[in-house]
Ligand binder design. Structure first.
Ligand SMILES: Cc1cc2nc3c(=O)[nH]c(=O)nc-3n(C[C@H](O)[C@H](O)[C@H](O)COP(=O)(O)O)c2cc1C
Length: 178
């Protein structure tokens, strides 16, 4: 299947990228097709709740990377994977901008039918608010959840490489049937 990995970290070679690449390896080995978008590289304006997308269903007032290529990519995506660090118990702002803009298509059905969440943070107990938000969004959009993997206790950039739990991320990727 077509899998889109949305990366919510600005840091190259950080733990988020390690988790995303590990998932990717497993999923590609299984025969899936992967696209990767880094939220910090995308020019995405914030949703302003103007209501246009509700009047003209799915049509956003903004003309930017989201209304252009990114929405087309999502239109062609079967599984959306969010890979992100925790920022203030939530998602980093550029990633949240993209999530908010999904609102434009909330009443149109997405092709996406499945999803997964890969997160890392300094603290072990930092994930509950972001995971709760993610689960609510998936329920609202009728997206299945293939897996949620949160790895805390990250003390240095890329520190997740030392985690025994990285194998779970690979196994999750490998479990995705094309
Ligand atoms: C602005 C900011 C906010 C953060 N907020 C939290 C937090 O609420 N809880 C936590 O445990 N770690 C927090 N962190 C730490 C990151 O989640 C952690 O360093 C993570 O491993 C970074 O992943 P990356 O290297 O892939 O970007 C925060 C870091 C930054 C820069």
């Amino acid at each position: 299947m077509n899998i889109l990995i949305l990366i919510g970290s600005p840091r190259a070679n950080g733990s988020t990228e390690v988790m995303a690449n590990t998932f990717r390896r497993g999923a590609e080995e299984r025969g899936n097709k992967i696209a990767v978008i880094k939220a910090y590289d995308a020019k995405v304006a914030p949703c302003i709740d103007c209501g246009r997308c509700k009047d003209k269903i799915g049509s956003c007032i903004h003309r930017d990377d989201m209304s252009g290529g990114l929405m087309r990519l999502i239109d062609d995506t079967d599984m959306l994977v969010i890979a992100s660090p925790v920022y203030w118990w939530g998602f980093p702002a550029p990633l949240k901008l993209i999530i908010d803009r999904l609102y434009a298509k909330e009443r149109k059905s997405f092709k996406v039918s499945s999803s997964a969440l890969l997160m890392n943070a300094y603290d072990e107990d930092a994930f509950e608010p972001a995971v709760g938000q993610y689960i609510r969004i998936c329920e609202h959009l009728n997206w299945g959840i293939a897996g949620i993997i949160t790895i805390g206790g990250i003390r240095e950039k890329g520190g997740v490489k030392k985690s025994e739990r990285l194998g779970e991320v690979y196994t999750l990727g490998k479990s995705i049937r094309p």
